[in-house]
Design a protein around this ligand. Structure first.
Ligand code: HEM
Length: 426
């Protein structure tokens, strides 16, 4: 691994090394790959399946739009050990969560929860999201400083998805800790189940991810039992009474749904928020532009999503022999779609490395595209919009008070801590 001051060469690039992202070197790596090796092969290791890395927009579009060729069912990440006995528990959800299902079951299962995610349903949440946002801002208002991630960004998406799942407020902190373990398993800060001197290894990551997954399942199994005796107004109760092809969902189906929603609805949006504020503070001209004209908020949110691309990648497995950009891909081989790279593809985005809150068109793929297009995109957009409206209304001079601390992960482009300062409210 190189340091930030060094210039990367193709030989230095290991997209499976979380340090590349933690050290902020990933865009340098992606740029080089787009230019010199747009479909590179990462050989298998003990912890990672061998895979082709897709870094060009056109290639990711092709794969996402052809689920009949590229399956989600065999796993959407490459983090699956060759030795199945050491498998990550989360990998056992392959084929059992909508995000790891192929048609036709995928569509039928997605339809069960879809009505909670329509533009109309999302819009009904706006007053609640604004209220939650302001309660959080109230808590920091008089301090004039904050860790924006812990005080604000993590709490808004967490509050929304927990309420959708009927998780009571007393357990939100636990959900925060468990999602960190599952999605931030590679980061030593979250490897609290592992002795300190053994943190930072692939083994520590596997243990951390598995502990998080088991604890999450234990939690939702209890919630499921409670809902079975007394239904409440939430997704778990809705799923208990749902059927697909005339059959009720199994407990396992419902638990995987909960697992997916709590992870997907939480960590991603948190990082779009903190990454968005970081981008605005690092580009004061753009921040000023937005402050002067808040009607630019919608395009600013899209640019934040393009710029941050919080989900770094999703994988697919080829069902048949095929080819991408003249590169033969054999049946059973895995392709990994790198969203931060495609969202800065110079062939699609003019001045791709420029953060421009007025960018139009802005057809970024931060939410993926095709059958698996993000179910929660409407929520994420609304939460981001409300956050920046309220934040800049109350703290227009908010700025960085120190460097961000990035997450060591190749799956989530995350920020763990973001110190900020602002003029306190009287
Ligand atoms: C799917 C990104 C927020 C729930 C996806 C996918 C991406 C993504 C890239 C596509 C996966 C694929 O093609 O394999 C994001 C980003 C978010 C965000 C960047 C925030 C900025 C949310 C929220 C929720 C959510 C807030 C729930 C409330 C889901 C679900 C899927 C999904 C359930 C699976 C959809 C399916 O397979 O049909 N998301 N997401 N996401 N997302 Fe999001």
């Amino acid at each position: 691994m190189t340091t930030e001051a060094q210039t990367l060469t193709l030989a230095d690039i290991d997209l499976n090394d979380g340090l590349l992202f933690e050290q902020g070197l990933s865009h340098q790596a992606f740029k080089l790959l787009r230019k010199e090796d747009p479909i590179s092969w990462t050989p298998p290791t003990q912890d990672v399946k061998g895979h082709w890395n897709l870094v060009k927009y056109e290639d990711v579009l092709f794969v996402s739009r052809h689920p009949e060729i590229f399956s989600s069912e065999k796993g959407i990440t490459e983090y699956e050990p060759i030795d199945e006995s050491e498998a990550l528990l989360a990998a056992q959800g392959n084929g059992k969560m909508i995000i790891t299902m192929d048609p036709p079951r995928h569509v039928k299962m997605r339809r069960l929860v879809n009505k909670g995610f329509t533009p109309r349903a999302v819009a009904l949440w706006e007053p609640k999201i604004r209220e939650t946002t302001n309660i959080l801002l109230d808590r920091i208002a008089k301090k004039g400083e904050s860790d924006f991630v812990l005080d604000v960004a993590c709490n808004i998406p967490l509050a929304v998805i927990c309420q959708m799942l009927g998780v009571p407020e007393k357990d939100w902190e636990l959900m925060f800790a468990l999602t960190n373990k599952v999605l931030g398993s590679g980061d030593p800060e979250y490897q609290t189940d592992v002795p300190e001197d053994q943190r930072g290894t692939p083994e520590a990551a596997r243990i951390t991810g598995n502990m998080g997954t088991m604890q999450m399942f234990g939690y939702f199994a209890q919630a499921l039992m409670q809902r079975k005796t007394a239904r409440t107004e939430d997704i778990i109760s809705l799923l208990i009474d749902s059927e697909v092809d005339g059959e009720k969902l199994t407990d396992e189906d419902i638990l995987w749904f909960c697992f997916l929603l709590i992870l997907a609805g939480n960590e991603t949006t948190r990082n779009a928020m903190s990454g968005g504020l970081l981008a605005l503070c690092e580009h004061p001209d753009q921040k000023k532009k937005l402050l002067n004209d808040m009607s630019l908020i919608d395009s600013a949110v899209e640019e934040i999503l393009r710029w941050v691309s919080p989900v770094t990648h999703m994988a697919r497995v080829a069902k048949e022999d095929t080819a991408i950009r003249h590169q033969p891909i054999k049946a059973g081989e895995r392709v990994v779609m790198w969203y931060p790279s495609v969202n800065r593809d110079e062939d699609v985005f003019p001045n791709a490395d420029v953060f421009d809150i007025t960018r139009t068109p802005n057809d970024h793929l931060a939410f993926g595209i095709g059958e698996h297009f993000c179910l929660g995109a409407g929520f994420a957009r609304l939460e981001l919009k409300v956050l920046f409206q309220e934040l800049f209304r109350r703290f227009p001079d908010i700025d960085l008070a120190g460097p961000p601390q990035r997450l060591r992960s190749t799956f989530i482009g995350g920020i763990k801590h973001l110190p900020v300062k602002f003029t306190p409210e009287k």
